[in-house]
Design a protein. Structure first.
Length: 230
């Protein structure tokens, strides 16, 4: 707006190839007056509102070369660099944003179609039981670690409550919302199970061909108990 303010007005670009788009002229034909108006002089940078409308029209590629040629004819050919850069950056950014929105929408639509239960709309909670010694070890690590000073008062408060109530253990309850990874694991859990079983069979076959005994493996998801918040 600071560079291009006041340079676009009616009949401003008579020496350019887009002169008709900026022409404003009235002439008498017989008994009536005919107005030749190109209206593109309204796309200017005189104030912030006009600048916003002009940049929006450049974003949606509404004859952007006419605005560029009009500004170039009134300034210099270096003005093309601004419009070219704005167009390329806008095109790339808008494409990325639209791609993310469409990808999230399609994933959610496929997930809702495949899973009809209402549990997925809730979060995930994990219970962890700690003894007093483990809590003291966590407190010691929090004092040594950087950025964990905010957890120390809460740990001291929990320890004081345990001593006051003569408790030997305490249960921490962690909650968080479901991420796309969680939804993907639930959506493709059958495929993941098949992949794991196939991988296990291949490993057992390789170990049976050799001299070593097959090692026992724990299936994924069997290490931690969790439940879904409804």
């Amino acid at each position: 707006m600071e560079f291009f303010c006041g340079i676009l007005y009616p009949n401003c670009c008579n020496t350019s190839t887009v002169a008709d788009a900026y022409r404003w002229r009235n002439r008498t034909v017989g008994n009536r007056t005919v107005v030749e108006d190109g209206y593109y002089y309204l796309n200017n940078f005189d104030n912030i509102l006009n600048s916003f409308v002009t940049l929006f029209e450049l974003t949606v590629v509404n004859n952007w070369y006419i605005i560029m040629e009009g500004v170039t004819s009134q300034t210099s050919h270096w003005s093309r660099l601004y419009f070219m850069t704005f167009y390329i950056v806008t095109m790339v950014v808008m494409t990325i944003i639209v791609a993310f929105i469409l990808e999230a929408f399609v994933f959610r639509m496929n997930f809702s179609r495949k899973n009809q239960d209402s549990e997925v709309d809730g979060g995930i909670t994990v219970e962890k039981e700690l003894s007093k010694d483990e809590l003291l070890a966590v407190l010691k690590l929090s004092r040594e670690a950087r950025g964990a000073a905010a957890d120390i008062p809460r740990l001291l408060k929990v320890l004081s409550q345990m001593e006051r109530n003569e408790q030997g253990t305490v249960v921490f309850l962690g909650r968080r919302s479901r991420t796309k990874s969680d939804l993907s694991l639930k959506m493709y859990q059958e495929e993941i199970r098949e992949w794991y079983e196939e991988h296990t069979r291949k490993q057992e076959q390789q170990q049976s061909d050799g001299s070593g005994a097959p090692a026992t493996q724990q299936p994924p998801g069997g290490r931690q108990r969790s439940q879904t918040i409804t």
